[in-house]
Design a protein around this ligand. Structure first.
Ligand code: NAD
Length: 329
C-alpha cells in the first residue's frame, strides 16, 4: 500500500475540497490518488469538487466517518488518511453540540482505529488553533496546554488528543496540524468572511459581535494546504505543527476591509450581542513548521481578500443556493 493513496475525509467541505483540487492539479503531486469520504452534511457540497470530478486519480465515496465497516474497508485500501471531516461552525455547537461530539470525537476515534487495524496508516489530523483557547498576549506554541472554550473547540481538542494518544499508545503515525482561521473561495457562507461578503453584495447588513475587538489570525486556504502537504510528506510522526497566516486583525478591522471591498460603509453594520464564550484572541506561533519543514505563509492578505471578494462576486451561482442551508438550526 503506497503512502500516496490518500483517503481525504471531509473533502467536499471548504478546506478539504481545496486540498483535493490543489493536489489533483499540481505538478508536485502527480503521483497521488485521492478518495474523498464525505457524508455531505449541510456543509458538504459536490459543487466544490466539480472541477475535478472526472479526474482519473479521484474517487468520491458518500459516507460517515463514524461508519466503522465502511471506514475499515477504505483504510485498508489507502496508505494515508488526511482527516478534515468535522462539524466546524462554533455558533452551531453553541445551539446544539451533539453532532460535534459524534463526528469530531467518535468519528475521529473510528477512523484512528481503522488506520491502526489496517496495519498502521499515516494519519494527518487537521486540528485548530481554537484548542488553545483565548491568548491575551503572545502566541500559542505546540507545547502549550489546551484550554478550549466552545463546544466546537472542546470536541476538536478531544479528537486532537485522541489522535496523539493513538501515536503514544499504539505507535500509529499520527501528525497533528493546528491552523488559524482560513479564508478563500468555496467557503460556506455561514463563516464570517463569506457571510459578510454575500450579505453586502446583496445590499444587506452584517452582524458584528460585541465590541468587534476579538482578534483572529487569517490564513489563506492555499497556505493551509501548503502546510498540510509539508506535514504529510516531511513531518515527523507524533508531532504537532501550528500553521499560521501571520495576519492578525480585530473583527472590526476585518469588517472595515470588507465594507471597502464591497463598496459600502458602516451603515451596513449591525452590532449584535457577543457570542457566548467568545474567545478574545487566537494567535499561533508557526516557528516550528517554518524551521523544520520550510513553511511560510505566501499569500498576502490584501490580495487574497480582494481575490476572495472577486470570487464571490463572480460565483453567485455557487453561493445563492446555499443561503437557505446556512440558516442556523
Ligand atoms: P467544512 O464545514 O466546510 O467541511 C466539513 C466537511 O466534513 C463537509 O464536507 C461535511 O459534509 C463533512 N462531514 C461532516 N461530518 C461528517 C461525517 N460524520 N462523515 C463524513 N463527512 C463529514 O469545514 P472546513 O472549514 O473545511 O474545515 C475542515 C477542517 O479544518 C475541520 O476539521 C475544521 O475543524 C478544521 N479547521 C477549519 C478552520 C477554518 O477556518 N475553516 C480553522 C481551523 C481548523
Amino acid at each position: 500500500m503506497t503512502d500516496n493513496a490518500i483517503l481525504v475525509t471531509g473533502g467536499a467541505g471548504f478546506i478539504g475540497s481545496h486540498y483535493v483540487r490543489t493536489l489533483l492539479t499540481g505538478p508536485e503531486t502527480a503521483d497521488v490518488t485521492l478518495t474523498v469520504l464525505d457524508k455531505l452534511t449541510y456543509a458538504g457540497n459536490p459543487a466544490n469538487l466539480r472541477p475535478v470530478e472526472d479526474h482519473p486519480r479521484y474517487r468520491f465515496v458518500r459516507g460517515d466517518i463514524a461508519d466503522a465497516a465502511l471506514v475499515g474497508e477504505l483504510a485498508a485500501a489507502h496508505g494515508t488518511v488526511v482527516h478534515f471531516a468535522a462539524e466546524s461552525h462554533v455558533d452551531r455547537s453553541i445551539s446544539s453540540a451533539g453532532d460535534f461530539v459524534r463526528t469530531n470525537v467518535l468519528g475521529t476515534q473510528v477512523l484512528l482505529d481503522a488506520a491502526l487495524r489496517a496495519g498502521g496508516r499515516r494519519f494527518v489530523h487537521v486540528s485548530t488553533d481554537e484548542v488553545y483557547g483565548s491568548v491575551p498576549t503572545g502566541s500559542s506554541l505546540e507545547t502549550d496546554r489546551l484550554d478550549p472554550n466552545s463546544p466546537y473547540a472542546a470536541s476538536k481538542a478531544s479528537s486532537d488528543l485522541l489522535a496523539l494518544a493513538y501515536h503514544r499508545t499504539h505507535g500509529l503515525d499520527v501528525r497533528v496540524t493546528r491552523c488559524s482561521n482560513n479564508y478563500g473561495p468555496y467557503q460556506f457562507p455561514e463563516k464570517v468572511i463569506p457571510l459578510f461578503i454575500t450579505r453586502l453584495l446583496d445590499g444587506g447588513t452584517v452582524p458584528l459581535y460585541g465590541d468587534g475587538l476579538n482578534v483572529r489570525d487569517w490564513l489563506h486556504v492555499d497556505d493551509h494546504v501548503q502546510g498540510i502537504e509539508a506535514v504529510r510528506t516531511a513531518g515527523r510522526p507524533g508531532e504537532i505543527y501550528n500553521i499560521g497566516g501571520g495576519t492578525e486583525l480585530t473583527n472590526k478591522e476585518l469588517t472595515g476591509l470588507l465594507l471597502d471591498a464591497c463598496g459600502t460603509g458602516w451603515e451596513s453594520v449591525e452590532y449584535v450581542a457577543d457570542r457566548q464564550g467568545h474567545d478574545r484572541r487566537y494567535s499561533v506561533d508557526h516557528t516550528k513548521i517554518g524551521k523544520e519543514l520550510g513553511y511560510a505563509p505566501r499569500r498576502d492578505f490584501t490580495t487574497g481578500l480582494a481575490e476572495t471578494v472577486a470570487w464571490y462576486t463572480a460565483r453567485r451561482d455557487w453561493w445563492q443556493p446555499l443561503l437557505r442551508r446556512a440558516a442556523l438550526p
